[in-house]
Each structure stands twice: as C-alpha cells, then as structure tokens.
Design a protein around this ligand. Structure first.
Ligand code: NAD
Length: 359
C-alpha cells in the first residue's frame, strides 16, 4: 500500500501526520511511504530523516492512502486519487464539501472512546498537548510565580489554579500546574473524575446538590437550564478566588457551555488569567475571543486555537502513532480491508464507494 504524507497547509499548522519513526515502522510492515518534501520540517523532522527511515520523497497526494493532520483545503481535495483513501481529523460533521468525496475517508475525531481504540485516539493525544500548553501560556501571562517561594525578599504564596472540565486536557492541565507548584482545584459535571483529579493532587470541588452531567460514551451531556444556573453560581465563588482559570469543558456536537460569565470575570482580581481551551467551540468564558487575548477589568482572557500545533514535535509523534495504529487496524495484507461490523471502522469511515456514511 502506498501511504502519502503531504505537507500541511492550514494556517499555523506545524504538525505532520507521520514522523520518520512511524514511517519507518510502516515501511518495515511492507508499505511504501511517500513524503512531500518539507512535510515534517516545522515539527523538527527533516526530509533526510524520512529517507533514512525508508520513505521516499515525492507527491504524497497520489497515494493509496493519504494521511493528514487537518482536512485538505479546497484546492487540495482534487489532488486525491479517485478510489483512494484519506485519513485525518477531517471534522466531517461540519465539512459537507469533504464528505461528498469519491474517496474512502476516515475522520479520526469520530473514533469511539473504547479501550481498543485508545492507541488511535487522536483527540486524547492532542488534548494532552493542549492541556499542557494551556498551563505554560497561563504561567507566561500571569504577573506572578506559580510555586510558593520562601526567599530573603519575602515569602510568596503559590498560585491558585482552577481547572474547569477534567477530561483529557483538564487532567493534563492539573498535572502540569501541580508540577509548577500551584495549588490546584478542579470541577467537572462527571462525578467519575473526582478520583482522577484527587490522584493528581488537586482538590475536586463538589456541589452540595449534585448536577447530572454523565452522558453516553464517557462524555458529558448538556445540563438543564436550572442545573446550569446552579453550576454558574457555584463556580463564581471559586473563579473569584483563583489566580488562573483554565477551562476545557466540551459537549460533543454542541456549543461549549459557558462556565465563566462576564460578572464572574469582573469579580476576579486584576492580574488573574483565564485560558479558555474551548475557544474554538464558542468558549467557556463569556468574554473569550478565539485566537486572541483580551483584557477585561485587569483580567487576561486567552482563547488559543490549535494549541497542539504549537508543540509540533511531540504532538506529531503522538498523532503519528495514532495514525499508524489506525492503519494497522484497517489494512491487512497490504490493502485496506474494511469490516463495517467493526465499531472503529464503522465509527470513523465517513465516505466509501461513492456513498456518504456519516450518521
Ligand atoms: P471533552 O473534551 O468532550 O470534555 C472535556 C470535559 O468537560 C469532560 O470531562 C466533560 O465532562 C467536561 N464538561 C462538559 N460540560 C461541563 C460543564 N458544564 N461543567 C464542567 N465540566 C464540563 O472530554 P474528553 O477529554 O475528550 O474526555 C471525555 C471522556 O472520554 C473522559 O471520560 C475520558 O476519560 C474518556 N476517554 C476514554 C477513552 C477510552 O477509553 N478510549 C479515551 C479518551 C477519553
């Protein structure tokens, strides 16, 4: 099977779908890997590293299976070979143009969150990067230290970090904040995460009257209007006392829930920082603007987009492992062999044989 790796062209995208190491493994497994010159350069993987691993340089688009990080641009879609396959975070649910393709397309963000799919789980691997980087952004923006310092010039208390949403990104943000010495608390509507939060040395904030946020597939579900109001009132107190708030709350297929209102921001101390990882899906803070930093009442509000692209080497390394593992699942004996009774294949395949399969 010929596997093609084009250079990513989306603005700001520095990741690559396969690293030399992952390409080498696929070559050893009997595939041919064709990499567009410069595809890995921004992630720290020069062309020579790919050729040393057994890949060749060329036009990645004409391959049997084209692996991408982001969905192809409009002009790029036509470069895909009719009858070929495309693998990537295609955002198929919102990319009508793509799902009309006459290729077999796999949208990796649709992978079921089941144990068997964990090695392919791009959402988890990239959320890990985002959670880590969110803390670094917060620490860089905050006008104070994260750790407690006892010095001859006085004792400085540790930063108080609040993490809202304790999924993959949130748990990584907790771990990273703790490593920097902050005192961390966290909240999530899924009670199941309490133990995970506490095992990372953070305090889990529990509402007196619990809200029911556990949905299907391990994800959260939208709260009722009444529950949401109670959550907002409950969180406002903790937000007020925090030096840093990192928000990661998401509900699949929906706008991100508002967890930090304008009034809550206005209750924070000047110098406080909010990093809103849900900026791309509407934001958890009412005042977030995606892709930019704003100031409101002395509070910095960051709405970063595509944070994984800012740590392209390790983000690509994990992404490539996910992709290689996915290819190992759908390809047998040098060709794609699709079993549509399989949850992973069925869940991710959005077009096949000229048909749109997206549910
Ligand atoms: P996500 O990005 O969809 O959401 C982030 C977090 O926001 C979630 O923990 C969610 O509960 C929380 N949230 C939603 N609404 C909220 C609200 N109103 N207030 C506070 N928090 C709110 O989640 P994710 O990080 O992709 O993880 C979702 C789940 O999938 C987790 O339980 C994770 O452990 C699980 N998971 C399972 C596997 C697997 O078994 N293969 C792999 C990865 C993740």
């Amino acid at each position: 099977m010929r596997i093609g790796i084009p250079k990513e062209t989306a603005p700001g995208e520095r990741r690559v779908a396969l690293t030399p190491d992952a390409a080498g493994r696929l070559v050893k497994a009997g595939h041919a890997v064709v990499v567009q010159a410069g595809a890995g350069a921004e992630a720290g993987f020069p062309d020579e590293a790919y050729t040393a691993a057994g890949a060749s340089l060329g036009d990645g688009w004409g391959a049997d299976v084209v692996c991408k990080v982001q969905k192809p641009g409009t002009g790029e879609v036509a470069k895909l070979r009719e009858g070929g396959a495309l693998v990537g975070v295609l955002q198929a649910a919102t990319s009508g143009d793509l799902v009309q393709l006459r290729v077999t397309a796999f949208s990796l963000e649709l992978l079921p969150r089941i144990t068997r799919a964990q090695p392919m789980d791009v959402l988890s691997s990239q959320a890990t990067v985002a959670g880590y980087k969110a803390v670094l952004l917060a620490a860089d923006t905050a006008p104070r230290f994260f750790p407690m310092l006892v010095t001859a010039a006085g004792t400085l208390p540790p930063a108080r970090v609040l993490v809202l949403g304790a999924g993959v990104a949130g748990l990584q943000a907790i771990a990273t904040s703790r490593r920097l010495g902050a005192v961390v608390s966290a909240f999530d509507v899924r009670a199941a995460v309490k133990e995970q939060v506490e095992s990372l040395g953070a305090k889990f904030l529990a509402m007196e009257e619990r809200v029911e946020g556990e949905g299907a597939g391990g994800y959260a579900k939208e709260l009722s209007a009444d529950q949401h109001q109670r959550e907002l009132a409950f969180l406002a107190r903790s937000v007020k006392d925090s030096d840093v708030v990192i928000t990661t709350a998401a509900i699949p297929g929906k706008r991100a829930p508002i967890l930090v209102t304008r009034a809550a921001v206005e209750g924070m101390r000047p110098g406080a920082v909010i990093v809103d990882l849900a900026a791309e899906s509407g934001g958890n803070c009412e005042l977030t603007q995606a892709g930019t930093q704003t100031m409101h009442h002395g509070v910095a509000i960051l709405g970063p987009v595509n944070l994984p692209a800012t740590l392209p080497q390790h983000a690509s390394q994990m992404y490539a492992r996910n992709v290689a593992s996915f290819l190992g699942h759908v390809a047998k004996d040098g060709a794609l062999q699709l079993d549509f009774t399989d949850e992973i294949t069925k869940g991710t395949c959005v077009t096949h044989g000229g048909k749109v399969l997206l549910a």
